[in-house]
Design a binder for this molecule. Sequence first.
Ligand SMILES: CC(C)[C@H](C(=O)O)[C@@H](O)C(=O)O
Ligand code: SF4
Length: 485
Amino acid sequence: MTTATQADTAGKAAKAQTLFDKLWQRHLVKEEPGGPSLLYIDRQLVHDVTSPQSFEGLRLSGRKAWRPETVLATADHNVPTTQLERRSGADGISDPLSRIQVDQLTRNCGDFGIAEFGLGDERQGIVHVIGPEQGFTLPGTSVVAGDSHTSTHGAFAALAFGVGASEAEHVLATQCLALKRLKPMLVRVCGRLPERLGAKDLILNIIGHLGTAGGTGYAIEFAGEAISELSMEGRMTLCNMAIEAGARVGLVAVDDKTIAYVKGRPLAPKGEQWKAAEAYWRTLASDEGAAFDRVVEIDAAGLRPMVTWGTTPEMVVPVDGRVPDPMHEADPVRRGNMQTALEYMGLKGGTPIEQIQLDKVFIGSCTNSRIEDLRVAAAVVKGRRRAPNIRQALVVPGSGLVKRQAEAEGLHQVFLDAGFEWREPGCSMCLGMNADRLGKGERCASTSNRNFEGRQGAGGRTHLVSPAMAAAAAIAGHFVDITQF
Ligand SMILES: CC(C)[C@H](C(=O)O)[C@@H](O)C(=O)O
Ligand code: SF4
């Protein structure tokens, strides 16, 4: 009896699993000790840039998409965002390569029987916005896309990560993928975020702490009071940038907010299936006492609004801080990197962040283009005007449905009245792949997730910030402490 009880206890203790362990185990087809394991992939998202190669590969080997109903495609990276250019669909794209990629996506989806939200479809938008919006991304599923920011979908406790074009091809053909097991890391954020700070400030803080390689080889689970307090939009912002800390996977456990967000979405289960699904989804949290390979604790209450000053997301400081001085950096490699970054950014060490004058503002991208982001930005902008030195302030909703919702709430009018531009959905100025770009030397406050050299256009200078900060910077013409603005 005693022995049995001990065995039970030991069994229970051994069974405490992290959320990542649960998702991993559920999708495991074949485990190879030491080597990569074979995982079952439930869903795949496809966009215009990385998919041509995958489809071409299928054609060359004479293979079909095995379960085309598990794939959803949209055009986002190459699409223009002005109404005028959008009127004529892909024909309105002046750049020939962009036009070919958008056209090709439609042709490939037709040939392989895959659903596509193309130009002219109100459901079109950034791949990481439309997946959750449609209920295509569901808790407990495994989701891949030929796009590194697929980590976004982990906000729903989905095992979601970016893959290369040949891996995406393999998933299309077999629904399986070989992957080396990731190590679970816990980032526990206790306390509450101060007023006017958002998920973007939090994740920039975390990346500043971990560094851009700190998450390499890990799946990061975000937990704690500050995470529970975040909306699903905020959790998506957080997981979106897990990859910027090097982690292919970001995760948040299922709670009431997850369930409420998914319920009633077009592709979410209904009726009896919903009940069964919800019961399973509610198990998707790390067990008490589950072992993580690394645990990082952060206190949200002491955080400040963040602004990047350099050319990686870890080069970040609070808005009331200064651009760091490389002369104070003891490590020669770090010092060299700082100097190179400052030169590119046209900044001097010691400059107060609030004195940095801007040329452009971009509110959009899969990090911050959801309805909540637009609400936050509009609340800052309301009744104010764009500063004269801001040549352009773009607001680009993440999908046609976000756009419609924002218009129903009158947010577009708030932006237009303040001298901002209200655009059609797409990746837009997040990356220099469509007509929305920075010119050489132009400085931008951007709500996107990457700031490397030339990211928003050759010679362009990117500062990553929250939507509230971007909006305030457009009004003031420079960075401001949004907790006082
Ligand atoms: C084009 C695509 C491969 C790329 C990515 O994987 O992330 C893009 O979305 C990005 O943000 O740089
Ligand atoms: S919005 Fe930016 S980060 Fe997101 S998928 Fe598009 S290019 Fe990549």
